[in-house]
Design a protein around this ligand. Structure first.
Ligand code: NAG
Ligand code: NAG
Ligand code: NAG
Ligand code: NAG
Ligand code: NAG
Ligand code: NAG
Length: 371
């Protein structure tokens, strides 16, 4: 009895020790090595290190892989298992020659440990994200987002028109996000974001960034009949906006009849300058310059009022002054003539005045004084 009892005690003690050891070992983290991201069609292999006490059992998304195996038809897509011993530990490996997108998931080699290894299989459609079109207003901020789960830990390489970008006063890169501060036409262009893992592009995305078109005109312009009417529209935007004109309500997408549309040579914007060679009175009216972003038809319209003056319109005030002067002169002349006539009459009346007779006497006096 005594022996039996102690025997039981020993075995139960041994059992407790083993159990404790098992629990302790199970609590030890299981280490995994292997790819995290692979392309569809590429091979992958995941390894884990276990103690001999761990029960080796491969699971994908908590489902036992042995059971999944039967559903995979092509052997290249099937899981291959391999175990070997290394320094008293078991190194278990699971691999596939040609990955399918449904091999993506969370892998574990022991149901007792909660550590796991994530694998993401990228399909061709996933490697190249959808191209994004973005338009911003000059002077505003823009954000390009290229973040992609589950490869958030990759290396992001940003390019604009094939030039690799780094931070500057206009551009700030924070992993998957690119921020443009107070952007101008210079920041418009084609941006690409590449996410690299193991020195391999696993995701790429394009952004076509344009600016909103901008058009500006003076409020009004005066032109003299028969002279040249020239209206210059200040146009900005990237890509260079298409410019159309409206005269009253007639649209001019290009030069037509007397309306000539020329390039603004300074900013190199076709159609930005409107010219009418010899203005007529009927050319007065409302003129509009319409700048259109060719990528998305976004547009901005600027208006100007054209006044046409008659050729001699400017002359009338001048002629008025001339007429005024002429009339004034005439009045003065007539008045003067009248006054002179009166004066002559007066003169003839006083011809025999004593004043005139005395004059020679005065002269004699003065001569005498000098002697
Ligand atoms: C993955 O998908 C293929 C078909 O594309 C199928 O034959 C295979 O059984 C699937 N594998 C798993 C593990 O679901
Ligand atoms: C695994 O489980 C332990 C304890 O249960 C917990 O502290 C740890 O955060 C878990 N690890 C993961 C990766 O879930
Ligand atoms: C951006 O790409 C589009 C089409 O791929 C092209 O039409 C456009 O000219 C490019 N823009 C620049 C600034 O290179
Ligand atoms: C990545 O590839 C480039 C050339 O393609 C090479 O110069 C570079 O050393 C590689 N970097 C790593 C970490 O493998
Ligand atoms: C525009 O409309 C005004 C008012 O109807 C008219 O007097 C003018 O001649 C028009 N101009 C042109 C260029 O058609
Ligand atoms: C200008 O934009 C408006 C929408 O804002 C659009 O309806 C119109 O067709 C555009 N005009 C041109 C000439 O593209």
């Amino acid at each position: 009895m005594e022996f039996k009892f102690s025997n039981f005690g020993l075995s139960s003690m041994l059992f407790i020790v083993v159990l404790a050891q098992l629990l302790f070992v199970a609590a030890e983290p299981v280490e995994y090595t292997g790819q995290n991201v692979v392309m569809e069609g590429e091979g992958f292999s995941i390894s884990c290190k276990l103690t001999q006490f761990d029960a080796l059992k491969w699971l994908k998304d908590n489902q036992q892989i042995d059971e999944l195996q039967h559903t995979i038809a092509d052997s290249r897509n099937q899981y291959v298992f391999e175990d070997r011993e290394e320094n008293g530990l078991i190194v278990a490996t699971i691999s596939v020659k040609s990955a399918l997108s449904n091999h993506s998931g969370t892998y574990r080699c022991s149901s007792l440990s909660n550590e796991s290894h994530n694998l993401f299989v990228l399909g061709d459609n996933e490697v190249k994200g959808e191209k994004k079109m973005l338009t911003f207003k000059q002077g505003t901020n823009v954000e390009l987002d290229c973040s992609k789960d589950p490869i958030a830990n990759g290396v992001y390489v940003w390019k604009k028109d094939e030039q690799t970008l780094s931070n500057n006063e206009k551009i700030r890169i924070e992993m998957g996000k690119l921020f443009i501060t107070k952007g101008t036409d210079d920041q418009a262009g084609n941006y690409t974001c590449n996410i690299k893992q193991d020195n391999k592009t696993v995701y790429t995305r394009e952004f076509e960034v344009t600016t909103e078109p901008y058009a500006k005109l003076h409020k009004y312009v005066n032109v003299v009949e028969e002279e040249k009417l020239k209206i210059e529209c200040t146009v900005y935007g990237k890509p260079t906006p298409h410019v159309q004109w409206k005269v009253n309500d007639t649209l001019y997408p290009a030069s037509s009849g007397r309306v000539n549309l020329l390039e603004d040579t300074e900013r190199k914007v076709p159609n930005a300058v409107l010219i009418l060679d010899s203005a007529v009175r009927g050319d007065k009216g409302q003129y509009s310059c319409i700048a259109i972003n060719p990528k998305n038809q976004l547009n901005m319209t600027a208006d100007i009022t054209v006044y046409v003056k008659g050729k001699f319109d400017a002359l009338w005030p001048f002629l008025g002054i001339v007429a005024e002067v002429v009339i004034l002169c005439a009045i003065i002349l007539i008045y003067e003539k009248k006054r002179n006539n009166n004066a002559e009459l007066e003169e003839s009346d006083t011809d025999q005045s004593p004043d005139q007779k005395n004059t020679p006497d005065h002269g004699k006096d003065s001569v005498r004084h000098r002697k």
